[in-house]
Unconditional design. Sequence first.
Length: 201
Amino acid sequence: MPVTRSCAPSLERPMLPQPQPSSQHGVLGIGSNALRAIRATLSQDLGDDTGAMRLQEMGYAAGEEVYQSFLEWLPSYTGVSDPGDLDAARLTEVMSAFLGALGWGTVTVERTGRKGLTVSSPNWAEAEPAAGLEGPSCFFSTGLLASFLTALASHKPVAVMEIECRSEGDTECRFLAGSPDTLSAVYDAVTEGKDYGEALD
């Protein structure tokens, strides 16, 4: 899945159709407050760790249907039906248009090292900036993005972890994606207080 940081186009583009949640693929709208309430309930009933795991599982289950909706929408926005034919320089624009219209937020996608990919957003819907939490909390999103990016990568497994979160006072939510082995190495580096950048090179 070759991805480079996108640049703003030098020419104005005409207004293009915006994606809509497709009920054909089971994609339904849910308010961000409801998603936060689910997180709080799972944490209260199951404990923080188990609640987070369950929320990630829910997100992963949702990701495939979101991807199918993306495939349905893609030709109307880009003129291509196969994501593999999409110019890598347009990935930020395309994903931001799609996820933004679904209510998730504006995103920037960029390569991090040789093995990593980051998805960043200053207004990600699952985050709760006023919560003042002690760690990243967009658990549903990590599952959803892992499933979505796995499908985008022709079903080669992609793992996702959140490394910055607006719920803990950061200016944006930042998700790091890579192979399961790469993300495992990143996790080990983070927990040991080391620079995880080496795991991405």
